[in-house]
Ligand binder design. Sequence first.
Ligand SMILES: Cc1cc2nc3c(=O)[nH]c(=O)nc-3n(C[C@H](O)[C@H](O)[C@H](O)COP(=O)(O)OP(=O)(O)OC[C@H]3O[C@@H](n4cnc5c(N)ncnc54)[C@H](O)[C@@H]3O)c2cc1C
Length: 258
Amino acid sequence: MNIVVCLKQVPDTTAEKKLNAEFRLDRTSVENIVNPFDEYAVEEALKIKEQKGGTVTALSVGPESAKEALRKAIAMGVEKAMLVSDANLAGSDSLGTAKAIAGALSKLQYDIVLFGMTSTDAASAQVAGKVAALLNLPLLSYASKLEVGDDSATSSRQTDKGYDVISAKLPAVVSVVKGINEPRYPSLKGIMQAKRTPIDVLPLSDIGVDASEVGKAGAKEKVLGFVPTKARQAGKVVKDDGAAAVVIADFLVASKCM
Ligand SMILES: Cc1cc2nc3c(=O)[nH]c(=O)nc-3n(C[C@H](O)[C@H](O)[C@H](O)COP(=O)(O)OP(=O)(O)OC[C@H]3O[C@@H](n4cnc5c(N)ncnc54)[C@H](O)[C@@H]3O)c2cc1C
């Protein structure tokens, strides 16, 4: 079973983020980490490999620094890594990113392509669906459970009423939610291996994607502005002198929670 797991390098979730004049995130001035949701995808890929055999390849689209994110995946147990990096990718929207991932996949063999459910920075949760559409592959999205057979995969997706159970023929694209598993920590052996493993870096020309299709040139989305979230206000402490239930009920009614 050949598994490709897509992961994105994102600014540390706790870092104070700055936007440039075009409302694009300044990723150079902050510490970057592996998108936390993608660690679940890496773990799921490793679990499938342990069960069915095969190879796991980590794939990222981003600047050279994204190699660090790929090295973390190798330290967790992934064998191979590929980075698509090209100056023309700057300013890519989610479709441009999906085109680059789809192009890179044309250079790889895969039965399953795994994604996290969303990134923690742009957080559009669109890339997996767009890659599936571009490659005309079935999409099992938001999987909270995944069972992989020899030529099909079945996922459970939580709904308000329970779970949708969906099956698809392989090859398929799967996005996984937090909680599908418990991502393992990188082992010492894995960390050493990650330092030694070469990472293939491919420009757009090597994956058959034209520069006009991606980056600022190909972007169909435009960021018009941003509104910072309001600072959270201090909570209200209710001391129970016997009438706390009434105070809480009045508070909930006034807050339109009841
Ligand atoms: C007009 C515009 C300009 C932008 N310019 C830039 C820019 O210059 N530089 C920049 O970094 N971002 C830029 N962005 C943000 C960028 O488009 C998104 O971060 C990117 O398309 C991925 O979308 P997302 O973060 O919403 O991913 P989601 O769809 O939320 O991510 C879902 C999953 O897809 C996978 N995934 C997402 N992105 C990647 C990736 N790059 N490599 C591998 N797997 C991935 C991961 O598994 C992730 O969990 C721009 C966005 C817009 C709208």
